[in-house]
Ligand binder design. Structure first.
Ligand code: ZN
Length: 128
């Protein structure tokens, strides 16, 4: 097995920031029905608007869960504006292994869940 496949397996078996947060600032869920991946991503913002705590829980294939674990590492310390700028290319750069078209959706599930959460948060804030 090559190094990057090992890194993915390690994130899958020992996910970083695993588990939902209590009363998160932002919480979003999404799924990838093609593969059966499900994800919940929770974020807490500190007073300066930076992400100070992240938690996720989910089920599904190794790529979907490992990419979520990798993304949570990236998110700590970022503002929502910075988090929103994370792109599909950034996810591919984190994962590093070549992905088949079917697996790309698995890899991007955590990013789409993040963007959905930020969007809903902004909408809720604009109502106040
Ligand atoms: Zn998958």
């Amino acid at each position: 097995m090559d190094l990057y496949a090992e890194i993915i397996l390690d994130h899958y078996q020992n996910p970083h920031h695993a588990g939902a947060l209590v009363q998160p600032t932002i919480s979003a869920r999404d799924s990838n029905p093609l593969c059966g991946d499900r994800l919940q991503l929770d974020l807490r913002l500190d007073e300066s608007g930076r992400i100070c705590e992240v938690g996720f829980k989910g089920e599904g294939c190794a790529i979907s869960q490992a990419s979520a674990s990798m993304l949570t590492d990236e998110l700590i310390g970022k503002t929502l504006v910075e988090a929103e700028k994370l792109s599909n290319e950034d996810m591919h750069a984190m994962i590093q292994v070549p992905l088949s078209p079917a697996r790309v959706k698995c890899a991007l599930l955590s990013l789409s869940t993040l963007k959905k959460g930020i969007l809903h948060y902004k909408i809720s804030q604009s109502k106040n």
